[in-house]
Design a protein around this ligand. Structure first.
Ligand code: LMR
Length: 397
C-alpha cells in the first residue's frame, strides 16, 4: 500500500530545522523556527520552571490518568491569564478550559469540535498567517478563506482591507485572530481596531477563534491580552487556543489549552462536553507535567514574580536585537530602510525578503529563515548578528 503514497512536501518551518541539522557548514544560523535563544545562543530552562519541577519531584504522589480536560488548577490559572482574575466571564462560569498539547493541539481540538458540532464550517485566516494554520484547519475538515492583513508596500497593516474582506463572511463563520504578536508579520491591531473587530463579529454573527501563543512577548502579560478582552467583553461566543511554549519556554512539554466561551453557563457546559469527547477521540487525556509546572508557578506568588521577571528579560532582549539588527544592516551597507522591524511585536520580523533571496541566504550563506521572509529575531545574538547582516547585505546587493 505504501508504494502509492506520495512524499510529503517539507514543512515550511519544521522542515527547515531538519535541513539545518543536516547542513555541515559550521557558521550556519537557524532563524526559522520561533525558539527563544539567550545571549549565549542557548534555550535554557527558566529558573521558575526548574524550581517548580523541584517542588513537583518532591511532592508528586501519582502518575494516574488525568481527566480528559487535564489538570483542574491549571485550567483555572489559564482563565486568569486570559481574562484577568475577576472577569465577568469567569464569575458567570461562561468559560470552560481544557488543557491541550501546545498551541497546535489546542487549535486542532477547537477546529474538530467546531466542525463536528456546529454550523461553523468555514474559517477566515489572515493573509499571511502562521504556516501551520491552514494545515491544522484543513485536517479538521474546515474550509478556509483569507482576509487581507499585510500591505507589502508600507510593511504595515491594511486594516480597511481586513474589515472589507470580513464583511463578506457569513453568519457563523469563524475568524482566526492572533491575540498578539501576529505571526508572521509582528503587526498587531490597535485598541481602537480591536473594538471595530469586536463590533464586526457581533453585528455579523462571526465567531472569533483566538490563537494566543505569545502572551507577554509583545508589551506585557495583561497588555497583550487587551485585544482578547475587548472582543470577549462584547462577543458572546468565542474560542481561545493558547500556548505556553514560548512564554514559559516549555516547547517540548507541549502545553497549551482550549477555552470555550459561551453566552450562558449551560451552553458552555454542553459545548465543553463535546470538546472533551473530541479529546477522548484524539489522545484520550493529556500528559500532566507541563500543566503541573505552569499551575505550580502561577499559584505561588514568588514563583510567579520570578517567571514574570524572566519573561520580561526575554521580551527586552528581543527588543534590543531588533534595534541592533536594523543598525547592523545599515553598517553593513544596506541602503533600504528596515526601520519598520523595530516597531514589529514578538519573536519575528517580517523582512520583506523574496523567496529567491531567502533561498540564496540558505544556499550561499547558511542563514535559514522561513520562505515568507519571516526571521526569528529571538534567535539573534550579538555574536551571530554580523554574520546574519553580512549575508542579507550580500543577497540585497
Ligand atoms: C513557529 O512559528 O516557528 C513556532 O510556532 C513553531 C512551530 O511549530 O511552527
Amino acid at each position: 500500500i505504501f508504494t502509492q503514497v506520495e512524499l510529503a512536501a517539507a514543512d515550511p518551518i519544521l522542515g527547515l530545522t531538519d535541513a539545518f541539522k543536516a547542513d555541515k557548514r559550521t557558521d550556519k544560523v537557524n532563524l526559522g523556527v520561533g525558539i527563544y535563544k539567550n545571549e549565549a545562543g542557548l534555550t535554557p530552562i527558566l529558573k521558575s520552571v526548574k524550581q517548580a519541577e523541584e517542588i513537583l519531584l518532591a511532592t508528586e504522589k501519582s502518575k494516574s490518568y488525568l481527566g480528559m480536560e487535564g489538570v483542574e488548577a491549571y485550567n483555572s490559572a489559564v482563565q486568569g491569564l486570559l481574562f484577568g482574575a475577576d472577569h465577568e466571564i469567569i464569575k458567570n462560569k461562561r468559560a470552560l478550559t481544557a488543557q491541550a498539547p501546545g498551541g497546535t493541539g489546542s487549535l486542532r481540538v477547537a477546529a474538530e469540535f467546531l466542525m463536528r458540532n456546529t454550523e461553523s464550517k468555514t474559517i477566515w485566516v489572515s493573509n499571511p498567517t502562521w504556516a501551520n494554520h491552514q494545515n491544522i484547519f484543513k485536517s479538521a475538515g474546515l474550509s478556509i478563506e483569507q482576509y487581507r492583513y499585510y500591505k507589502a508596500e508600507t510593511h504595515g497593516k491594511d486594516f480597511d482591507a481586513m474589515v472589507a474582506d470580513l464583511k463578506m463572511a457569513k453568519t457563523g463563520d469563524l475568524v482566526l485572530l492572533h491575540g498578539c504578536c501576529h505571526n508572521p508579520t509582528g503587526i498587531d491591531l490597535t485598541e481602537a481596531e480591536w473594538h471595530v473587530m469586536a463590533k464586526l463579529c457581533l453585528d455579523n454573527g462571526l465567531v472569533p477563534l483566538f490563537d494566543f501563543a505569545y502572551q507577554g512577548f509583545g508589551t506585557g502579560v495583561d497588555e497583550d491580552a487587551q485585544g482578547l478582552r475587548i472582543v470577549a467583553s462584547q462577543v458572546p461566543e468565542l474560542i481561545i487556543a493558547n500556548s505556553f511554549s514560548k512564554n514559559f519556554g516549555l516547547y517540548n512539554e507541549r502545553i497549551g489549552a482550549v477555552t470555550v466561551v459561551a453566552d450562558t453557563e449551560s451552553n458552555a457546559v454542553k459545548a465543553f462536553s463535546q470538546v472533551k469527547s473530541t479529546i477522548r477521540g484524539n489522545y484520550s487525556n493529556p500528559p500532566a507535567h507541563g500543566a503541573l509546572i505552569v499551575s505550580t508557578i502561577l499559584a505561588d506568588a514568588e514563583l510567579k514574580l520570578l517567571w514574570e521577571t524572566e519573561l520580561t528579560e526575554m521580551r527586552e532582549r528581543i527588543a534590543k536585537m531588533r534595534t541592533l539588527f536594523v543598525e547592523t544592516l545599515k553598517s553593513e551597507g544596506v541602503s533600504q530602510d528596515f526601520s519598520f522591524i523595530s516597531s514589529q511585536n514578538g519573536m519575528f520580523s517580517f523582512s520583506g525578503l523574496t523567496k529567491e533571496q531567502v533561498a540564496q541566504l540558505k544556499d550561499e550563506h547558511a542563514v535559514y529563515i522561513v520562505g515568507s521572509g519571516r526571521i526569528s529575531v529571538a534567535g539573534m545574538t550579538k555574536e551571530n548578528m554580523p554574520v546574519i547582516c553580512k549575508a542579507i547585505a550580500a543577497v540585497l546587493a
